[in-house]
Design a binder for this molecule. Structure first.
Ligand SMILES: Cc1cc2nc3c(=O)[nH]c(=O)nc-3n(C[C@H](O)[C@H](O)[C@H](O)COP(=O)(O)OP(=O)(O)OC[C@H]3O[C@@H](n4cnc5c(N)ncnc54)[C@H](O)[C@@H]3O)c2cc1C
Length: 497
């Protein structure tokens, strides 16, 4: 089939509704339920963009007479990567960068994993090709299945936060963390839970190896990779309290459209058919899967493009606030806005550096350079809370004194129009802008964004530690050692006294 329309995405959700629970209730139809219908429509809007003549050639590509989403493209050149980066940016712009897990995030994960068939075939237990138990082939076929159907995936990597001092096998119950219970002719039975799956309003859930699996043995029931439909028997998504309160877009400009939801995922003796198993029991292969297949770098590339979109939106809001209340002549205000500019330029430069420094990996996939992407994913979580605070400092009381649309249309409408007007804008325009600033930084939706930016790509402490471990610091140590050992300037170079 190839690229889908929004309508086809919504029909898919109706045909195979994910098993969602919100506020103690089963959501029977995510496309009509008041707490999920708006995000379902927003995702549908992303799919529709693929058919918009303005975006079609950015968001899709043609292969054998069929059009597919550009995030499924296997990049073979730097141009391919740049093209895919433009696709990530265009989808991110749609929500001003406030939807992190748009489907392209996991599509690039699948693409990289599918090309690394040999990696998954190393796993003991991977059967003959054509047997349905060949893990590499399963991975490739699954990617093709998702690409053909233009499906939307969610994923869950981390174990429940019961006791981080203990291994999964040491929990009060061996199946708190998701683990394999037994094998059958049809597949493996899995039981347990995973902590976080953003965007559970999806067709399929991908369980990939947690990169932080700490087990003593080489083989573990907790090491696995597989995928099942979000309505597979025994799969349940317990969603967090929704931020979409059904308010007007004018009142909650982001939460009313882009609450992508986060869910705790329970697997109650779920049968994973063999052809959906990609990796089993091997702790080392599980822990290295993201790095060795290159998937993490393609995902980080999507992230950088998305954060550029988000920073552009924050800069736009910051400067609009300044314009609206006439504070642009104060130097500290200029300095505050310049911090958004610096962040934006750093992120843009890191994207370019990742694309320009790309090289083919061992599976022939043009893979963005690691250094700039590691820098971006360590830098942005630190700077984001600062940007948040700057919006609050620039907007001050304006970000909280914001009568609603109903207030504007109510008995005090005339007074609101008079007292809450801006130097260059009506009260209506001013309030719309400040409500956006509030939803970005201060509402429950905005607060979740702050947490999301700190953690969505992993624990910042362990990410920094991983960077420390892999980064080649030796040439710089060596240079300093040589400098310290140098007792006189090379002949002819020293300046005359
Ligand atoms: C809004 C949001 C959305 C998310 N979406 C997804 C998603 O879609 N899919 C997904 O798979 N994950 C998702 N995540 C989870 C994300 O991957 C994790 O939050 C992140 O990896 C940190 O793990 P944790 O939350 O379990 O924290 P923990 O590991 O429990 O850490 C809690 C605290 O303990 C410290 N700590 C714990 N263990 C160690 C250790 N070994 N060494 C040093 N310090 C340690 C941490 O530094 C931290 O301060 C999301 C998270 C958030 C907040």
């Amino acid at each position: 089939m190839g690229a889908r329309t929004g309508q086809q995405f919504l029909e898919g959700l109706r045909r195979n509704p994910p098993t969602l629970y919100i506020d103690g209730e089963r959501v029977e139809d995510a496309t009509t339920h008041p707490k999920t219908r708006n995000i379902a429509r927003s995702i549908a809007g992303l799919y529709d963009l693929q058919f918009d003549p303005q975006w079609r050639d950015v968001l899709t590509f043609e292969e054998n007479g069929e059009r597919y989403g550009t995030s499924f493209l296997v990049p073979r050149s730097k141009d391919d990567l740049r093209r895919r980066g433009d696709m990530h940016k265009a989808w991110a712009d749609y929500s001003l960068g406030f939807m992190g897990r748009t489907p392209d995030y996991l599509n690039v994960n699948l693409m990289a994993a599918a090309l690394a068939t040999d990696y998954f075939n190393q796993c003991e237990g991977s059967g003959e090709e054509g047997s349905g138990r060949n893990f590499g082939e399963n991975m490739r076929r699954y990617y093709e299945f998702v690409r053909e159907g233009d499906l939307c995936l969610t994923h869950a990597l981390t174990n429940p936060q019961v006791n981080r001092a203990k291994m999964a096998s040491e929990m009060p119950d061996p199946y708190i963390a998701l683990g394999v219970v037994r094998e059958t002719e049809e597949g493996v039975i899995v039981r347990g839970a995973r902590m976080m799956a953003t965007l559970p309003i999806a067709d399929e859930i991908l369980i990939f190896p947690s990169t932080v699996l700490k087990e003593n043995a080489d083989k573990s029931q907790y090491a696995m990779a597989f995928a099942v439909p979000t309505n597979a028997p025994g799969v349940y998504f317990q969603c967090r309290e929704p931020f979409d309160q059904g308010r007007d877009v004018e009142d909650h400009p982001l939460a009313s459209r882009f609450d992508e939801q986060d869910a705790f995922v329970i697997f109650d003796d779920v049968l994973v058919p063999w052809e959906r198993v990609f990796l089993l029991y091997d702790v080392k292969l599980a822990n290295q899967a993201y790095g060795r297949t290159g998937a993490v770098l393609h995902m980080a590339h999507q992230v950088v493009c998305g954060k550029i979109a988000k920073t552009e939106a924050l800069l736009g809001v910051a400067q609009s606030i300044v314009n609206t209340i006439g504070s642009g002549q104060f130097q500290h205000v200029q300095q505050k806005v310049s911090e958004f500019i610096v962040t934006l330029e750093i992120m843009k430069a890191l994207r370019v550096a990742a694309e320009e420094g790309a090289a083919p990996n061992e599976y022939g996939v043009m893979t963005p350079a690691r250094g700039p992407l590691d820098a971006a994913r360590n830098y942005y979580p630190q700077v984001y809370p600062k940007l948040n605070e700057l919006i609050q400092l620039l907007g001050a009381s304006g970000i909280i004194m914001m009568p609603t649309k109903a207030d504007r249309e109510g008995p005090l409408g005339a007074q609101i129009a008079k007292y809450l007007q801006a130097g260059n804008a009506s009260a209506e325009e001013r309030l719309k802008l400040f409500r956006l600033a509030w939803d970005m930084t201060l509402s429950s939706f905005g607060a979740r964004q702050n947490l999301y930016e700190k953690h969505f790509f992993g624990d910042p402490v362990r990410m920094a530690s991983a960077l420390y471990e892999v980064y080649n610091k030796e040439p710089y140590v060596e240079r300093v050692q040589q400098f310290l050992a140098r007792r006189s300037e090379p002949q002819g170079v020293a300046a005359d006294d």
